[in-house]
Design a protein around this ligand. Sequence first.
Ligand code: ZN
Length: 243
Amino acid sequence: MRYAIIADIHANLAALQAVLEDIRINGGVDEIWCLGDIVGYGPEPRECLEVVQKRCTVCIAGNHDLAAIGKLDLSYFNPAAAEACRWTTEKLNPVDVHYLGDLPTKVEKGDFLLVHGSPSEPTLEYIISAGIAEKNFAFFTNKFCLAGHSHIPAAFKEEGSATQSIHLTTGIGLVLHAHRMIVNPGSVGQPRDGDPRASYAIYDSEGLMLRLYRVEYNISATQDKMMQAGLPVPLITRLEQGR
Ligand code: ZN
């Protein structure tokens, strides 16, 4: 079986569509797993929700998904994120609110635990260092954990009592076999690792191989829509910088 792992779409429909097309070009998958933050920041929350509901087998609630429906306090957000969140809330209809409200914060799929943030704090914690990853291995019993939230592709491997950070990049397959791991596929709609291309991963259970992919998309098309919507300028410019 082949699985695509996507995260942090952030209402960026052009990026999401480019990723779906790239998945098709790369041989397709049996299931798509989404690690949350479908909405927030970007200009097309409802359109992205529609695609995710149609295409994803599972989806986790992200902090922006919960904040947009009033289930997470905006005090967790910086002013630009909070402004975009309020804009998003106005766009959602009752069906969207119901869908987002029903999303789980953790899901188990075979050997995998799926979360948005981390196993210990599924909605809010960022796994951005080996130290944070190390603490989190104690909070799940599955062999692997898939997490989003940081918008930075990363992998952390448990080796004995130590945890090692592995550079996750395109072109190099990561074998998921001997060691427990936490893997972040990066962000579809707002990458923050300096590469503005949309990011996602495909896991092939036959070869136990996970690969990272980066896809170019029409960044200016998304930026134009954000301008028209009056979304905060820093959120618009960061897309072309990948930061
Ligand atoms: Zn996010």
